[in-house]
Design a protein around this ligand. Sequence first.
Ligand SMILES: NC(=O)c1ccc[n+]([C@@H]2O[C@H](COP(=O)([O-])OP(=O)(O)OC[C@H]3O[C@@H](n4cnc5c(N)ncnc54)[C@H](OP(=O)(O)O)[C@@H]3O)[C@@H](O)[C@H]2O)c1
Length: 208
Amino acid sequence: MKVTVVGTGNMAAGFAKRLVQAGHDARLVGRNLGKAQALARETGASAVAAAEGAASDIVIVATPFNAAVDALKALGDLSGKVVVDITNPLTADYMGLTIGHTTSAAEEIAKALPGVRLVKGFNTLFAQVLAAGPKLADGSVPPVFLAADDADAKTKVADLAKSLGHPVVDAGPLKNARYLEPLAGLNIYLGYGAGLGTTVAPAWLPLA
Ligand SMILES: NC(=O)c1ccc[n+]([C@@H]2O[C@H](COP(=O)([O-])OP(=O)(O)OC[C@H]3O[C@@H](n4cnc5c(N)ncnc54)[C@H](OP(=O)(O)O)[C@@H]3O)[C@@H](O)[C@H]2O)c1
């Protein structure tokens, strides 16, 4: 699958590594070409221009929430494109969310980019968990929670997550990003605030 990651930071690095390992054509679009090229060399992904990035099967936006719409618009017309929003709308100290309850980062991005087939997901995985691969210390595999209104787009992103070795939890419509973003907030509190470290992840487990 051709997968573009927009951004060259921690999450982009994790995606690039894992996508290449899983045999995908991983493309990086960064506002700083030098950084994108360096990450491409490190991971085996390719640094591409905006237009080539837009011509992928899936686009993953891995910038801060408040930069996501502009970073996606820089790719050109994304109408009909499957875009994965992994952002968490965090306060500056990472210990709270700037929006929630009546909307979510995902819904705001979808509103700003009509025609884009937006899927919320991967936002509950720390970059370290993403980069390390699916297995946690006890051998369990953290799921990817997905919320979207477009069933076909959700299936495509679910297939991508499964190709990286993650089980998928269907978290319902896009507005349920209002739950997934606070879930990531709790994960961040546990990782940083409570000192569990960034190698933990939430899961949803059935009774045996
Ligand atoms: N880190 C995690 O564990 C984690 C886990 C789940 C979800 N997330 C979410 O994933 C997203 C990325 O997190 P991260 O940790 O990878 O952040 P990061 O390391 O700070 O990287 C952010 C990337 O966004 C780029 N960027 C910033 N402003 C931009 C703009 N206006 N236009 C284009 N690109 C811009 C940065 O470019 P420059 O390098 O040029 O500054 C950088 O490449 C965030 O929304 C975060 O909430 C993070």
